[in-house]
Ligand binder design. Structure first.
Ligand code: WQD
Length: 341
């Protein structure tokens, strides 16, 4: 159901025509989901957010969106919402704590895997053909080479990554058997906040590096623990590929256009292709916030690879996508803007 009004969009020099769509964003009140919703609204799409608010924030729900408080495991509510006539689903809802997934795999199986089955079945029943899925670099496991491209072996190290890989396999089967078209977007380390300050919801009990640093800078935590400074990297701390959530949001727009226009599915990495060490992030954070950010070096965290960086060549080639906001200063200053109250 495409609207006749075509919009010209400019993604960092790559222009494309986009049609206004009605998009059902599952998990749209979360940290990444709210940025994706913001990007969809900015591009002129109509959005309905479906979220159970287990980790979403009320202030992340924009007034322009319709909101349905619902759970992906509540098939009746999900199907009813799905039948309202959507052009595409964006599926971000998931449990995502790596450590927790190793302790409580049952919870991750039910939420991530069963939840996916319900979403796909509801899409089939309601005749929604397109889905953009939030996958993860966790599907690769310990890198056997870097930068990691999409042909890298798939060998998840944790149960969370396993659920993401299983979901990708469900998508491929539903494509084959039901004609669904999907974009599976393998995020590296999502970070940053909307540079215009329009997303302000904070994650509760964050465990990822940047929010932990910000909570330390803001005095919410006494100190940052650096999990190991004896890695074989340039300064001994782990290197990661941090990708700004607004760059992720743009990739969703491009991926939805791609699968609709080409009528084919897509699996791509989304990373900045730049490695930043923990120490580099901490030092840049001290400079940008002007706060001391006390630290202590602790033992390595089990399962942490020394360095992880993405090849985003495929996303560049197929989608014309390129990270624009993923430099250390933009990542940190946009996040501090939200934490510095
Ligand atoms: C980054 C670096 C830590 C916190 C995770 C998932 C991955 C993906 C992205 C979803 C590491 C170090 C961290 C702290 C620290 N998630 N660190 N002190 O583990 O690279 O990736 O999020 O798909 O699947 O595993 O991210 O932010 O936890 O850690 O020293 O308090 O910061 O050791 O080197 P990670 P992270």
């Amino acid at each position: 159901m495409l609207r006749p009004s075509a919009l010209m969009l400019d993604f960092g020099g790559v222009s494309c025509i986009s049609y206004s769509m009605r998009i059902f964003v599952i998990g749209g009140a979360g940290y990444i989901g709210s940025h994706v919703t913001r990007g969809l609204l900015d591009a002129g799409h109509q959005v309905c957010v479906y979220d159970n608010m287990s980790s979403g924030a009320k202030e992340n729900i924009f007034p322009e969106t319709r909101f349905i408080h619902g759970d992906i495991l509540d098939y009746t509510t999900l199907l009813e919402a799905m039948r309202e006539g959507w052009d595409a689903v964006v599926y971000l809802a998931a449990l995502k704590a790596v450590g927790e997934s190793m302790l409580y795999p049952e919870k991750y199986s039910v939420n991530n895997i069963n939840g996916t089955v319900y979403i796909l079945n509801a899409m089939c029943a309601a005749g929604v053909k397109y889905i953009c899925f939030s996958s993860s670099a966790a599907v690769y496991g310990q890198p056997v080479r870097t930068p990691i491209d999409e042909e890298h072996p798939l060998n998840p190290e944790n149960f969370y990554g396993f659920t993401k890989l299983e979901i990708e396999r469900f998508l491929a089967w539903y494509e084959r058997l039901k004609g669904l078209r999907y974009a599976s977007l393998r995020y590296f380390n999502a970070a940053g906040y909307d540079t215009a300050g329009r997303v302000r919801g904070l994650e509760r009990n964050p465990a990822n590096l940047l929010p932990v640093i910000m909570e330390t800078a803001a005095g919410i935590r006494p100190r940052l623990q650096i999990f190991g400074a004896d890695y074989p990297t340039r300064d001994g701390t782990c290197i990661r590929d941090y990708i700004h959530v607004s760059d992720l949001a743009q990739a969703h727009l491009l991926a939805l256009n791609f699968i609709r226009e080409k009528d084919e599915s897509l699996t791509v990495n989304l990373g900045s292709e730049t490695g930043l060490s923990v120490r580099e992030i901490v030092e840049a954070s001290r400079r940008i916030t002007g706060k001391p950010i006390p630290e202590e070096i602790t033992a390595r965290r089990p399962g942490d690879p020394a360095a992880l960086t993405a090849s985003a060549a495929k996303a560049k080639r197929l989608l014309g996508w390129k990270a624009r906001y993923s430099d250390a200063d933009t990542l940190i200053s946009s996040t501090w803007n939200v934490y510095n109250l």
